[in-house]
Design a binder for this molecule. Structure first.
Ligand code: TXA
Ligand code: MG
Length: 315
């Protein structure tokens, strides 16, 4: 049975044995293994039930380490990296040959990230290899934002979850690349477009879709609960489904209407909503409601990424 704990040495022990563990990051928990070892990488795909065409993000401790695994960092991306340092952002960069094909699904670029979570930082700086880690959920399900989420779903398949508490951002990292002239945003995430634009005005959204999978995990069905979720005007949805035992996921609602009504942030904080989003989706998915009715947030800051996840989770 899986152990949940805060012991870095235990985490290192399992990783050195080429096993995989739950890794806390400020975005979501990862399912981590030695990124330079094929046995560990295969285990990640197997535990997560993830198709091999969907590449993995590798995690390193600091900016200097990025250069160990990529041939070149375009100045525009280097500027962004230096500005934000560790955080909820992932860079697509030309990989060095040391990165196994399995990690990138054969693509020439590798996705690389420097997580800020203190335990992740401590772990990565004690290792002499980077960690490949997709989000620690079964393929297609909602990402985990606590050690307990990881244990609930993958607990029988992994020996250890390093417990870094509840994720402080709560949304997967923003994924960016470079096309020679612009910064391309391939996945909206925990670092907002507004923040990025403060460093580089020339930003293009190039969110991949399943027919054009630059970021293959951007498949339409991602982040979905098992129950059907409907996104729209809550009052209209409530009327439409009034015969159904629905759960409600709202934003900025001071008054809760039932036990099955969760509000992402009663006082309208988008950051708080991001932290609660995946946990509340899970809670409603595990409750006795039949369907989930949800409303979108304002399209600003992290609201964009939250709405993206809500849309993908809805039918
Ligand atoms: O916040 C995060 O990014 C979390 C934490 C654990 O770091 N990780 C995460 O990993 O969300 P995952 O595997 O669930 O999503 C990574 C996304 C996928 O959509 C994948 O297709 C894309 O990144 N990706 C990874 N490597 C890529 C590459 N070389 N080229 C294009 N897309 C890539
Ligand atoms: Mg994922």
């Amino acid at each position: 049975m899986v152990e949940i704990g805060t012991n870095i040495e235990t985490a290192i022990y399992h990783l050195r044995k080429k096993d995989v563990i739950g890794l806390p990051t400020e975005t979501v928990y990862g399912l981590a293994g030695n990124a330079l070892n094929e046995q560990a990488i295969l285990k990640i795909f197997e535990v997560k039930n993830r198709p091999f065409f969907d590449p993995l993000i590798i995690h390193v401790a600091d900016i200097d380490s990025v250069s160990d695994y990529v041939t070149y960092i375009p100045p525009a991306l280097k500027k962004i990296m230096t500005h934000f340092g560790a955080g909820p952002i992932t860079y697509l960069l030309q990989r060095k040959a040391i990165i196994p094909d399995l990690v990138t699904a054969g693509l020439e670029r590798v996705a690389i990230r420097i997580p800020k979570n203190p335990l992740a930082q401590q772990l990565l700086s004690s290792l002499d290899f980077p960690l490949a880690a997709p989000s620690a959920n079964p393929f297609g399900y909602i990402s985990p934002t606590s050690a307990q989420h990881v244990a609930q779903q993958l607990g029988e398949k992994i020996p250890y979850v390093l417990d870094g508490g509840v994720c402080s951002v709560g949304l997967e990292s923003t994924i960016i690349g470079w096309d020679g002239t612009s910064v391309l945003v391939h996945r909206l995430g925990g670092l907002s477009l507004e923040e990025l634009k403060e460093v580089n005005e020339n930003i293009k959204l190039e969110l991949s879709i399943s027919s054009n999978p630059i970021s293959p995990g951007q498949l339409d069905t991602h982040y979905a609960p098992r129950k059907k979720m409907y996104l729209g005007d809550i009052n209209i949805l409530k009327q439409e489904f009034h015969h159904t035992n629905y759960g409600l996921l709202t934003f900025g609602s001071q008054k809760l209407l039932s036990d099955l009504h969760l509000d992402l942030s009663k006082n309208g904080s988008i950051e708080e909503a991001a932290i609660n989003l995946f946990a509340y989706m899970r809670q409603l998915d595990d409750s006795n409601c039949e369907i989930i009715l949800a409303e979108a947030l304002p399209e600003v800051g992290l609201g964009r990424a939250i709405n993206d996840r809500l849309r993908r989770a809805s039918c």
